[in-house]
Write a protein that binds this ligand. Structure first.
Ligand code: FMN
Ligand code: COI
Length: 383
């Protein structure tokens, strides 16, 4: 439920109207929109609403600890910022504001390959771990240079998005003729992204046109070897929903998976991420950590995802809301609210540690799909 507040927002969703009031209408619709009928956008939220919690009692919750490790690095909470293109659309400092905000909470930011600031500049301002999201570009030479630059700048992981052989049919973008203002560019793509990125055309989205021109839909399992041979960074696959794909990825030794439907922006009708998560966790059987994104809007959502087997969750649109409403401070507040709400939910659910978030906390339905094994981040557990 979204309500307009006076003063500091008390929930993450209260940032949405504040952001909307400050953004051009077409940008708002680019952020918020999903593919087609947006049934998957809605399904992500509906799954979190549907699953209920059975709190435990008498478990001494005088101290509830949200801290954890994510890909081996300490984090104050099991949270991260999902990759999103062009943060400058939300605020002037772009990704610099985002990494500063996330750094204060010691949680990772996944910077998009379509970032509006250079990797070097982003890294300069980062105080927490920064990962790089990749699309499989037609121009493999450009991709290789991007990977090298990110490594040199100190990025800690690569996140290959695998749910986007082409862009979903984002009707809101098309209806509003969404295009980037001329001052917003993709500085990490060496002038690759030009021209129609900024051109307005009725009935289509400039962003879809440019993404479709750069993303190579031939991406397949054998390409993972190419990427592996060109980096020493951990490789994370983002956009896995099927247990069979998850098992294959784990067999191939990927370092982590993100259960994601791209926030409902790709295949309209794809499963809600919370629904897909337990099967993926079961298929992976502890061989690598499994993360989730899509529809996380509060601390109880985080608790439910973790109880269903996620190691951490990533947040997309709410971070853009925070950036649009109040820049770096807004993004920081969104992440802080989420962490504080998680701590609160843990206390009220009788779970003083993240280890105590197990599937039996969830009502019938989610409990019926309890994962077989979760990932062990201890030095002995990591490969
Ligand atoms: C405006 C916007 C831009 C996005 N850009 C990218 C991107 O460049 N690469 C990518 O892998 N995912 C991208 N995503 C998807 C997010 O990484 C994430 O999967 C999704 O937003 C999570 O759902 P949520 O917004 O409900 O939290 C984008 C999402 C939004 C809203
Ligand atoms: C530039 C786009 C490909 C970014 C994206 O993935 C999205 O808008 O969902």
């Amino acid at each position: 439920m979204t309500a307009t507040t006076v003063g500091r927002p008390l929930t993450i969703e209260e940032y949405a109207p504040l952001a909307r009031a400050r953004l051009p209408e077409a940008t708002w619709h680019y952020f918020e929109g999903g593919a087609g009928t947006e049934s998957t956008v809605e399904a992500n939220r509906a799954a979190f609403r549907r699953v209920r919690i059975r709190p435990r009692v008498l478990s001494d919750v005088s101290h509830c600890d949200t801290s954890t490790t994510i890909l081996g690095e300490p984090a104050s909470a099991p949270l991260g910022v999902a990759p999103m293109a062009y943060h400058e659309l939300a605020c002037e400092e772009g990704e610099v504001a985002t990494v500063r905000a996330a750094g204060e909470l010691r949680v990772p930011t996944v910077v998009g390959i379509f970032a509006s600031r250079s990797f070097e500049r982003i890294a300069e301002h980062a105080t927490g771990p920064v990962w790089l999201q990749l699309y499989w570009l037609h121009r493999r030479g450009v991709l290789e240079r991007v990977v090298r630059r990110a490594e040199d700048a100190g990025f800690r992981a690569l996140v290959l998005t695998v749910d986007t052989p082409r862009l979903g049919r984002r009707l809101r973008e098309a209806r509003h003729g969404f295009h980037l203002p001329p001052h917003i560019t993709a500085p990490n793509l060496d002038g690759e992204v030009t021209g129609f990125l900024h051109e307005h055309e009725d009935g289509s989205s400039a962003l879809s046109r440019h993404a479709d021109a750069f993303i190579d839909p031939s991406l397949n399992w054998s390409d993972l070897d190419w990427l592996r041979s060109r980096t020493r960074l951990p490789i994370v696959l983002k956009g896995v929903l099927s247990a069979a794909d998850a098992a294959r990825a784990a067999d191939l030794g990927v370092d982590a998976l993100i259960v994601s439907n791209h926030g409902g922006r790709q295949l309209d009708g794809a499963s809600a991420t919370l629904d897909a998560l337990p099967d993926v966790v079961r298929a992976v059987a502890g061989r690598c950590p499994v993360f989730l994104d899509g529809g996380v809007r509060g601390g109880t959502d985080v608790l439910k995802a973790l109880a269903a087997g996620a190691r951490a969750v990533f947040v997309g649109r709410p971070v853009l809301w925070g950036l649009a409403a109040a820049g770096e401070a807004g993004a920081r507040d969104v992440l802080t609210l989420l962490r504080d709400e998680l701590e609160d939910a843990m206390a009220l659910a009788g779970c003083p540690s993240l280890d105590s978030l197990t599937p039996d906390l969830l009502d019938r339905g989610a409990a019926a799909v309890a994962p077989a094994a979760s990932y062990d981040e201890s030095p002995e557990g990591r490969r």
